[in-house]
Design a protein around this ligand. Structure first.
Ligand code: NAD
Length: 314
């Protein structure tokens, strides 16, 4: 099953997330994911594992045109002079000649760090200290450079991530090519129904990240995540899982995909990879969907305000 993007291309409704896939294990894990049937791989410059992903794509026998490869422009390459350089680096590391989807990772322009000095540069974007360094680049200028990559055939679709409603509206006013996809943190504890309604009404597809809520942030020792009850053990989710003879993870993913929102769960474990892929062959009732909707807490785990008071979601 897939979502038809406004660029004309089809994007699988279920893909494989590649954040925190250790470079040393990523090739093997991605080969497993390809073997069990994933076609969409969600990567990013910042994940530091593009070369390992590229090795997996090269080793597997899957034809390039059957894959849907997403990557994301890092904050330090927002200046129009650096967007193509960043994309070329990703293409080279992945060993492909085009990306299916290229997203602006965050709406924050940070100071440029030359690729040969430090790659990926990380959140502070600094060679000399651990402070955050920013750059004055309006998002529309970055977007226009993204559009030029579509025209050059280096990327098929372009999109955005971690953008709020007003930023999206502003981009739509000035863009030539509409964003095809918005990727956002979206789970039962952070549902953002107005953002979802607005974005879908504009013909922009949504991909949910961190569909399991706090789970992904436990390994980062996030206090917010540690203090939040896991969704896997939530009574509402467990009861619905029991009723369908599915796992809580599958219920969380189906609640999302049933609203035409794509998911990109990440797991190193082959059994769970299969479990996360098998989420389209059953439907939740309207009542069950509503029960999960009631769990919204407006609780965001991936918030740049927590790192350096970066005002993205305030
Ligand atoms: P996720 O919601 O996929 O959760 C991952 C965690 O859940 C891991 O600890 C994993 O072991 C566990 N898990 C996976 N499947 C399970 C199952 N069936 N049963 C029990 N536990 C299971 O979290 P994520 O990695 O944060 O998000 C998915 C992907 O979204 C990322 O890998 C990345 O590609 C993307 N992402 C994008 C952004 C962005 O800023 N655009 C931010 C975060 C994540």
């Amino acid at each position: 099953m897939s979502i038809k993007l406004n660029s004309g291309y089809e994007m699988p409704l279920v893909g494989f997330g590649c954040w925190k896939l250790d470079e040393s294990k990523a090739t093997e894990v991605v080969l497993d994911a390809i073997e069990v049937g994933y076609k969409l791989f969600d990567g990013a410059q910042d994940y530091g594992n593009c070369e390992a992903l590229g090795k997996a794509f090269a080793k597997s026998s899957i034809p390039r045109e059957e894959l849907f490869i997403t990557s994301k422009l890092w904050n330090s390459y927002h200046h129009p002079n650096h967007v193509e350089e960043a994309c070329d680096k990703v293409l080279k590391d992945l060993g492909v000649d085009y990306l299916d989807l290229w997203l602006i990772h965050f709406p924050i322009a940070q100071a440029y760090v030359p690729i040969d000095k430090k790659y990926p540069p990380g959140f502070t974007c600094s060679l000399s200290d651990d402070k955050f360094h920013f750059e004055d680049v309006p998002l529309l200028e970055t977007w226009k450079a993204m559009e030029s990559l579509v025209k050059k055939g280096k990327v098929r679709s372009i999109g955005i991530s971690n953008f709020s409603g007003a930023l999206i509206q502003d981009l739509l006013r000035g863009c030539e090519i509409k964003p095809a996809v918005l990727q956002i943190e979206h789970h039962a504890y952070l549902q953002q129904p107005r953002l979802v309604e607005y974005v879908q009404s504009q013909g922009i597809a949504i991909t949910a990240y961190s569909s399991f809520g706090p789970q992904s942030f436990l390994e980062l020792k996030s206090k917010k995540a540690l203090d939040t009850p896991t969704l896997f053990d939530h009574d509402v989710i467990k009861a619905i899982a029991k009723a369908h003879n599915k796992t809580p993870a599958q219920i969380l993913l189906r609640w999302t995909t049933q609203r035409n929102i794509a998911v990109i769960p990440k797991s190193n474990n082959k059994k769970r990879m299969i479990e996360n892929l098998e989420v389209l062959d059953f439907n939740l009732s309207e009542e069950e969907m509503k029960e999960i909707t009631k769990l919204d807490l407006g609780l965001r785990f991936n918030d740049p305000w927590d790192w350096d008071k970066i005002p993205i979601f305030i």
